[in-house]
Design a protein around this ligand. Structure first.
Ligand code: NAP
Length: 480
């Protein structure tokens, strides 16, 4: 890393302290240890970052697509080369098991690789005119300075999913990462080697102040945000005042439906893998598991066995598959959802409580939990959990389960297990979600469009669509 401790603002290619001199500690959620200091940037620092991005814009948007692609390709190679170090830092800062961190770094690098190629495919079209003496062509041009605000749960891949298409399109950016995971962002920028001003970083514990400075600036032409629905809606509304382009990736409440013709054992294995990924702190995590009554007992018993095999602990210890939750607030939410479900008649088949892991001072470990006989009136059926609780509900009828799955303000991911092709297509068409996994627990890739509908967001990240969010179309009419 090229910066001194506490000098984690990256503005105009320079590492700097906050103008105020303030810093904040960054902790390891597994041990409670302080692992670093970050600069606590404010509105003044943010305005400096915006000015740097604005100054860099003419040269960067004027660079050829091949030059922009080369920067991304180099960043991709460096990220893969330094994968282990980046993963180790992520595990310390965020808590996820080392293997999951390694996977995330690879996924993050995939966005650099994908958009390095997409940079070369930004083209326009020619359009026939009704006038014989006229020609139409379109140009696709960068939207300008981008504000990127990211969450802590995927502290590297959520950044490259935004910065890579911005860089490819010829935009310049100001990034504000989550205050729990600023060091991953710092390391990412230290390694990436982008030209001065193209990406600027403001670490902070003052999200409102920094967010307002970004959103009030007329220079910033786009907001890209990943985080909670409440904050996303508020930021999108503020961005409306200066009519910025907006893409927001927000919360989810994924249904996971197991039909009677599916193999309940395979479905339960899949549910265990995707539910407890990242300690359940994933926007595409199944929150409502609906299982047909005829296979319900087999499914619950298999899921219980899989949960019994999960080891909770510090992410850098061998064999650990579940790390800590990010903070106390997250543990309190787990406890409230379990208490509510228990009071309303759910069975706690496994877990259900906070854990103390031997030898660790971290207090945010929660036992992987299985709740059976969950009903629609329970909190967990309505509210995103964002933690390691699998909530299972029996159902009898296809129409009934589709209606229940759609009965939510969210619309990010959904999962369907069935061996009946007609049913798979029929149900997929009816599910009001942006992504559907059919007998598949990972419908994501840098090459595929990620995103939700309704309260889960606007716009798509990755895939062919991902770069469109960073481009404006200019129409040129030519009289000949
Ligand atoms: P969050 O509280 O909304 O925070 C997300 C980011 O917004 C953080 O950088 C946060 O800063 C910042 N922020 C908070 N208040 C702000 C304000 N007033 N102005 C400007 N920025 C502000 O969400 P989170 O708890 O970190 O993340 C979990 C949520 O993200 C879940 O709902 C999850 O489903 C969603 N998520 C969605 C996707 C997707 O692709 N759809 C992917 C991952 C996560 P601080 O950290 O400093 O507060």
């Amino acid at each position: 890393m090229t910066h001194e401790p506490g000098q984690t603002l990256y503005i105009d290619g320079q590492w700097r302290p906050a103008e105020s001199g303030r810093v904040f500690p960054v902790t390891d959620p597994a041990t409670g240890d302080v692992i670093g200091q970050a600069a606590d940037g404010d509105a003044t620092d943010t305005r400096a970052a915006i000015a740097a991005a604005d100054r860099a814009l003419p040269a960067w948007s004027g660079a050829t697509a091949y030059e922009r692609a080369a920067v991304l390709a180099k960043a991709d190679a460096l990220m893969r080369e330094r994968r282990k170090d980046l993963a180790a830092l992520m595990t310390r800062e965020q808590g996820k098991p080392l293997k999951a961190s390694m996977n995330e770094v690879a996924y993050a690098a995939d966005f650099l690789a994908w958009f390095a190629e997409e940079a070369k495919r930004i083209g326009g079209v020619t359009i026939p005119s009704a006038r014989a003496d006229q020609r139409f062509v379109t140009m696709r041009q960068p939207v300008g300075v981008v504000a990127a605000i990211t969450p802590w749960n995927y502290p590297i891949s959520m950044l490259t999913r935004k910065l890579a298409p911005a860089i490819a399109a010829g935009c310049t950016s100001v990034l504000k990462p989550a205050d729990q995971t600023p060091l991953c962002a710092v390391q990412l920028l230290a390694d990436a080697g982008v030209p001065a001003g193209v990406v600027n970083l403001v670490t902070t514990t003052r999200p409102g102040e920094v967010g307002d400075a970004l959103l009030e600036s007329p220079v910033v032409r786009k907001l890209t945000f990943t985080g909670s629905t409440a904050v996303g809606k508020m930021l999108a509304a503020k961005a409306g005042a200066t009519l910025k382009r907006v893409s927001v990736e927000l919360g989810g409440h994924a249904p996971f439906i197991v039909f009677p013709d599916a193999d309940p054992v395979r479905a339960a294995k899949g549910a265990a893998l995707v539910k407890f990924l990242n300690t359940g702190q994933a926007c595409i995590s199944p929150n409502r598991i609906y299982v047909h009554r005829s296979v319900y007992d087999t499914f619950v018993a298999t899921l219980e066995q899989r949960i019994a095999a999960l080891r909770v602990g510090r992410g850098d210890h061998d064999g650990v598959s579940i790390g800590p939750l990010i903070d106390e607030r997250a543990v309190a939410k787990m406890e409230a959802q379990v208490l509510d479900a228990r009071t309303r008649g759910a069975r706690v088949v496994a877990g259900g409580e906070r854990l103390q892991v031997d030898g660790l001072d971290g207090t945010t470990f929660f036992a992987p939990t299985l709740l059976a006989d969950v009903t629609p009136d329970m909190l967990i059926s309505r509210e995103e959990t964002f933690g390691p609780i699998a909530a299972v509900t029996p159902f009898d009828d296809e129409d009934e389960v589709v209606a229940r799955a759609n009965d939510t303000e969210y619309g990010l991911a959904a999962y369907v297990y069935t061996n009946d092709l007609s049913r798979a297509i029929r149900v997929t068409e009816k599910l009001r979600f942006g992504m559907v996994g059919v007998n598949d627990i990972n419908p994501t890739s840098a090459a595929a469009p990620f995103g939700g509908i309704k309260a889960s967001g606007l716009g798509r990240e990755g895939g062919y669509e991902g770069i469109d969010e960073y481009l404006d179309t200019k129409l040129v009419g030519i009289s000949v």
